[in-house]
Design a binder for this molecule. Sequence first.
Ligand code: SAH
Length: 250
Amino acid sequence: MGRLYIVGIGPGSRDLRTLRAQWVLERSRVIIGYNTYLGLITDVLGGKEVIGAGMGEELFRAGVAIRRALETRDDVALVSGGDPQVFGMAGLVLDLIARRGLELDVEVVPGVTAALAAAARLGSPLSLDFAVISLSDRLIPAGEILHRVARAAEADFVLALYNPINRDLLVEAMGVISRYRRGDTPVGIVRNAYRDGEWVVITTLSSWGEYVDEVDMSTTIIVGNSSTYRYGKYMITPRGYERKYGLWLR
Ligand code: SAH
C-alpha cells in the first residue's frame, strides 16, 4: 500500500509552494487533481501517472486517490490549491476513509491558503482575529452562510470571503456585513493572487459594488474590522499596540 499525500500547492506560483510539498510531488508516482491545479505544477508531472478531473468532481478525485493508494505500493499525491484543509480535499478524503473503515496511511501537507496570499498582496489586513467563510451554497444552504457572516461581522472579525461564485449571495452577504460595519471600512479584492492575471484593489464597504464584475471564482474578498484602515496601497489592521502604548507609537 502506498502513502496518500494530500498536498496543498499554495495559491499558484512555484515559489509559494512549501519545500515539503515540492519533495512530495517529486517523489509521488501518481498525481491526481483538478485540471487547473495540475496546470500550476507542470514542472513535476513529467513521467508520472497523472489523473485530472474537472470542477465539481471532487468525490471522483477523492475516490480515485483512495483506490490508487490502496492498490499500489507507490506514493500517491492528491493536490489541492492553497491548503488542502481549507475548503479543499483533505476533509473529504479523511471522512471517506473513516466512513469506509479503511486503513490507509495519509499525510496532509499544508499550503499557503488564499486568504493569506490575498492578504499579503493587500498589506496586513488579517493581523487581528479573522474568520474565513466560503460563500459557496453548493453544499451549505445560503441561510446558514449568511447567518455565519452576520455573527462574524457582529463579533468584529476581519472577514476573508472565499468562493464568491453566487453573485446574489455575495451582494446579500456584503449587505449583511454593512449592518455591522461603517461604509468606509476597507475592502480588499484580490483575483488570481500569485498567478497570471493577478489583480488587486482596495475599496470600501459602501463602494465595493463598483467592482462586482471583477469578482470571479479565483477571487478572495477581505473585509476589514472596525480598526482596519488604508494607507496608500496598504490595508492595515493594527495589532492593538496603540491601546497599550498610545502616543508613544508616534
Ligand atoms: N483550498 C483553497 C481554497 C479552495 S476554495 C485554499 O486554501 O486557498 C476556492 C476559492 O479560494 C476561490 O473561489 C477563491 O475565493 C479562493 N482562491 C483560491 N486561489 C486563489 C488565488 N490565487 N487568488 C485569490 N483567491 C483564490
